[in-house]
Design a binder for this molecule. Structure first.
Ligand code: HEM
Ligand code: NFK
Length: 278
């Protein structure tokens, strides 16, 4: 049976259910054999596990975000809210995890850095897919993946698919709110930008939360999610600055100043703007 997450076949084990063991069920051999340091630096294990666990959580985030988008499309707001709440909790968890990496000293990291070559988190396909799903689209990021057809295909698909923002706006229109037609074109690869008609619709919701209970809860949950994403960007930036200062990144960016520029990203601009006009 194809796995809904990766398109790969599900592994059907020959193990009878009553002989199933913890390590079989979790495929622990594959997972625990996958930490392969390239240097003699003892802290490289921390560095690898920090990233591998983050990628596992990102896998779940992608799954939940996709579910949330589907539920919004079928006007099932309670199910969408449940998935969005889970994504937000995962983000919080990843935010707490930075404190483990903060035990890595600059000299330890600099000693292992040559072993990383040109590898960088900038090349994380799942991170970029999450950004696109959240509406922070940019075709420029496809350039990192020209050598990997599968990755390129996954990113192209996400780039053109409706984002969480798009589906929220579609739902508001479906519920009778007056949304500008130009906002209801969902096949685009542009990052989300502010729309006056979307802000006006949210203002209506926020001025009468009792009348629009579900949409109001959605709005607040989206703000909380974006807050957690901003925290992640900031914690990453601080970790990077304290470990490599203002060196260029291995991924070819300017490093800290590039990461600082990502703090200007806004995923749900109208929800932030409306606070001034409420
Ligand atoms: C010693 C710790 C770390 C350092 C020094 C570091 C450094 C950097 C730098 C300099 C960049 C900019 C791209 C480049 O030119 O390389 C970057 C991007 C990135 N890093 Fe890290 N990083 C660290 C830990 C992590 C961890 C734990 C994650 C978790 C998955 C992560 C994920 C990312 C992602 C997703 C990007 C792309 C960000 C974007 O484009 O908005 N990094 N990192
Ligand atoms: N970009 C980092 C290297 C780095 O942190 C990294 C290297 C390989 C895999 C993941 C990484 N994490 C985040 O970018 C640097 O410039 O030192």
């Amino acid at each position: 049976m194809p796995c809904p997450l990766s398109g790969r076949k599900r592994v059907t084990s020959a193990t009878a259910p009553n002989e199933m063991r913890y390590d079989d069920y979790l495929h622990l051999k594959q997972i625990l054999d996958s930490q392969v340091p390239r240097s003699e630096i003892p802290d490289e294990l921390l560095f690898i596990i920090q990233h591998q666990t983050a990628e596992l959580w990102m896998k779940l985030m992608l799954y939940e975000l996709t579910q949330a988008i589907q539920h919004l499309g079928s006007d099932n707001l309670p199910a969408a809210l449940k998935a969005i709440a889970r994504v937000q909790r995962i983000m919080d968890h990843l935010n707490h995890a930075w404190s483990v990496l903060a035990t890595l000293t600059p000299s330890d990291f600099l000693a292992m850095r040559p072993s990383l070559g040109s590898a960088s988190g900038h090349q994380s396909v799942q991170f970029r897919e999450i950004e696109f799903l959240l509406g922070n689209k940019s075709s420029a990021h496809l350039a990192d993946h020209t050598q990997d057809e599968l990755a390129l295909h996954a990113l192209q698909k996400r780039l053109m698919a409706p984002s969480l923002y798009d589906e929220v706006v579609r739902l508001m229109a479906a519920r009778g709110m007056d949304i500008d037609q130009s906002r209801l074109q969902f096949e685009h690869s542009e990052p989300t930008s502010h729309s006056p008609s979307v802000e006006a619709a949210w203002l209506q919701v926020y001025r009468q939360p009792e009348e629009h209970r579900e949409l109001y809860t959605l709005g607040e949950q989206l703000v909380e999610l974006e807050d957690s994403v901003k925290h992640w960007r900031f914690r990453h930036l601080c970790t990077v600055e304290r470990i490599i200062g203002h060196r260029q990144g291995t991924g070819g960016t300017s490093g800290v100043s590039y990461l600082r520029s990502t703090l200007n990203t806004v995923l749900f601009p109208e929800l932030w703007q409306l606070r001034t006009h409420l």
